[in-house]
Write a protein of this length. Structure first.
Length: 278
């Protein structure tokens, strides 16, 4: 199982800040200046960032100077053929080959597994790609991170974190070849713990709804860690927070030291705006 380098930290856990949104959302609000956003995140000293391979290529010197690991996104999922627009479409495709990805020395390669699609053929291609990618990465030392999500129209929004859906999504994710799962948090330690315990691969959590608060996100991470998660791969609720450096620092203490939210954040509950997750 290819997980060692990503989770090779004193705690065995990792804080990964997702910055791959340009692949799907172009230049979302709060991320218009990629260099500036990257800089604010790196000041918090996360363990790794999740980025597109060309983002990693263009900012390689800064990433190397920060001594931060890189997880690369291998596919593209978006909602319109117009740049940065959401027209309710479901567009997914593999984007970068394994040879190119591994040349950039990542500690993981991430792809989504989208459930609830109306287009059965796109879902079939998604599954086929994940199983193929798992085999291509086997033996390279680079783990495959699979992000099972309920984004399709066949699954109502309120069921996206329902334990009955998430348990099946995670099972299929590792059965298709995931070395690490990037999972929706189900909202409580009691509901999430058995999902983590029953997975033979490490489970990290993705971000919650971006209309929540930074404190709410931190509380979800605390709960997930109490349930046995190995860290997080979260984006918007970090880099759209009022103080990304402080937010990353708080996450590092929760994930690596087992700190409670009240210790690292106090009673602040400032909202974070934006569409979607991560």
């Amino acid at each position: 199982m290819e997980t060692a380098e990503l989770l090779d930290t004193p705690s065995g856990n990792a804080v990964v800040v997702a910055l791959d949104h340009g692949l799907s959302l172009a230049a979302p609000e709060g991320f218009e200046d990629p260099a500036e956003t990257l800089e604010t995140v790196l000041r918090g000293e996360p363990d790794a960032v999740l980025v597109g391979p060309h983002f990693a290529r263009h900012y390689s010197e800064r990433l190397e100077a920060a001594d931060v690991d890189v997880v690369l996104t291998a596919d593209v999922v978006t909602w319109s053929t117009s740049p940065g627009r959401d027209h309710g479409q479901d567009i997914w495709t593999p984007a970068f080959d394994v040879e190119f990805l591994t040349q950039l020395d990542p500690v993981g390669v991430k792809t989504v597994l989208v459930f609830g699609r109306d287009d059965d053929e796109t879902f079939r291609r998604n599954v086929e790609y994940i199983s193929q990618l798992a085999e291509e990465l086997r033996g390279t030392g680079v783990p495959l991170v699979v992000e099972p999500v309920m984004w399709g129209e066949r699954i109502p929004d309120q069921l996206g974190t329902d334990p009955d859906y998430v348990v099946d999504a995670l099972r299929m994710g590792w059965e298709f070849g995931a070395d690490i799962l990037k999972a929706p948090y189900t909202g409580s330690v009691e509901s999430f713990e058995p999902l983590v315990e029953n997975a033979p691969v490490p489970v990290m959590i993705l971000g919650g709804a971006a209309t929540g608060t930074t404190r709410g996100m931190l509380e979800s991470v605390e709960g997930a860690m109490d349930a046995g998660a190995r860290g997080l791969m979260i984006g918007r609720t970090i880099w759209k927070s009022e103080d990304p450096e402080r937010t990353v620092g708080a996450l590092m203490r929760i994930v690596h030291e087992g700190a409670e939210v009240d210790e690292v954040w106090g009673t602040d509950a400032k909202p974070v705006s934006g569409r979607g997750e991560d």
